[in-house]
Design a protein around this ligand. Structure first.
Ligand code: MN
Length: 413
């Protein structure tokens, strides 16, 4: 898909706050969301523009965001053009089509059917692998298989939902019996989420060259992780209760169409690495230049402090490869399914996307501007993820924020 008039950086909206260069949501963005208007029970599909939400259920008879996700790619491109035209045109529509974000009840974009989390950042895999298995940090399959685990859709929550510290089995002494206790090594993971659709039939894999047509849009995703529970439970079948207590996402589905100006060739693999198998190989495959940031607000900090920043485009596997691999055995994906990229980390310490990596398993505490230190998260800490895209000749767009504050574990029973 080429860029078109909807990406023109000179395009402005009559919703004038959207034209502020600092806004994440100019008319070039147009992310989908689900919301309720004040004193109205009906959940509606919306598009964020500046500090307002356009009701596309009323304006375009779009029943839900899930219905958008079920559309083929060409119909989604057409819908974007119509929304862009309405918000930039001379004739302003009826004012009741707009609801200020602060007055709206924001909901998860859709009912999420299945959730799968990948592991696509090589620096993350190396850093975490060195902590769990110093002798062989990278598993022999890593450069061949886009590794993932099946997560729980039932515990995906919207940004702003408090995250309760989980209880779980923890083996404090490696050779001793485990205890059942609140996690003491609670961590975040900064990831990109991707909503899928329209998807495939059972038994019909999606070819890698067509896979991006089945990615509707992206959001910020925090894969909360209890490292002490994970250490004890993860072998041989991978993460289970260490991650299924909560996964936070941002509410704005930034479409694959909005990301077109930020496409990049995927990072070249070192010559010594294997080339992907043919079903994962596409000469025209792309990644996206999205910067992901982690900020931390503690009870001792007046302002959130920046913790790390990394580039989504640095991942070892692309979104298309993840979708092609996911469906390569015939497994269907459906509209409203969500995949996570895996923790996005880079080569340097300031690029490490979780505390496990940042503090080397708790050995080197993070020092905050308040003088406080953290190895893992304390009760009351709030993790804030932010994401944005910028490219010469195009309007900057943002993903907004994904927030989650840790609340204390349930009392002992
Ligand atoms: Mn993860």
């Amino acid at each position: 898909m080429p860029t078109d008039a909807t990406h023109d950086p000179s395009l402005t909206s009559w919703v004038t706050p959207a034209n502020d260069p600092a806004s994440d949501f100019p008319i070039q963005n147009l992310p989908y969301c689900r919301f309720r208007k004040p004193a109205d029970d009906k959940a509606r599909a919306g598009v964020r523009i500046g500090d307002e939400i356009l009701d596309i259920t009323a304006a375009f008879a779009i029943e839900s965001v899930a219905a958008v996700m079920a559309l083929p790619g060409a119909a989604r491109v057409d819908l974007r053009r119509r929304i862009s035209g309405l918000l930039s045109g001379k004739a302003k529509p009826a004012p009741e089509l707009l609801t200020p974000v602060r007055d709206a009840e924001i909901l998860l974009p859709c009912e999420i059917g299945d959730y799968t989390d990948f592991f696509a950042s090589l620096p993350h895999a190396m850093n975490v692998g060195s902590l769990f298995r110093p002798d062989r940090p990278l598993q022999p399959n890593y450069k061949w298989v886009p590794v993932a685990y099946h997560g729980r859709a039932s515990s995906i929550v919207l940004s702003g939902t408090p995250v309760r510290r989980p209880w779980g089995q923890i083996a404090e002494i490696r050779e001793g019996p485990p205890v059942f206790s609140p996690s003491r090594r609670l961590d975040y993971e900064v990831e990109l989420g991707a909503f899928l659709g329209p998807g495939n039939q059972l038994g019909e894999p999606i070819p890698v060259a067509e896979a991006l047509d089945h990615v509707v849009g992206v959001c910020l995703l925090n894969d909360w992780s209890a490292r002490d529970i994970q250490t004890w439970e993860y072998q041989p079948l991978g993460p289970f209760l260490a991650k299924s207590f909560a996964t936070s996402i941002s509410p704005w589905v930034v479409t694959i169409e909005a990301l077109v100006p930020f496409r990049r060739a995927p990072e070249a693999r070192p010559a010594s690495d294997p080339q992907p198998l043919p079903y994962l190989r596409d000469a025209n495959d792309v990644s996206f230049d999205i910067t992901l940031e982690v900020w931390l607000r503690t009870p001792g900090l007046e302002q959130p402090a920046p913790v790390s920043r990394a580039r989504f485009a640095s991942l070892y596997w692309t979104l298309a490869q993840m979708v092609a691999h996911h469906t390569s055995n015939g497994c269907p994906i459906r509209p409203g399914d969500l995949i996570g990229s895996g923790t996005v980390s880079g080569p340097e310490k300031q690029n490490r996307g979780c505390l496990l990596e940042m503090t080397l398993g708790g050995a080197e505490p993070l020092v905050l501007p308040s003088g406080e230190t953290r190895t893992f998260l304390d009760d009351g800490d709030e993790v804030i993820l932010r994401g944005w895209c910028a490219a010469p000749g195009y309007r900057r767009i943002g993903l907004g924020e994904c927030r989650g504050q840790i609340v204390s574990a349930r009392p002992d029973r």
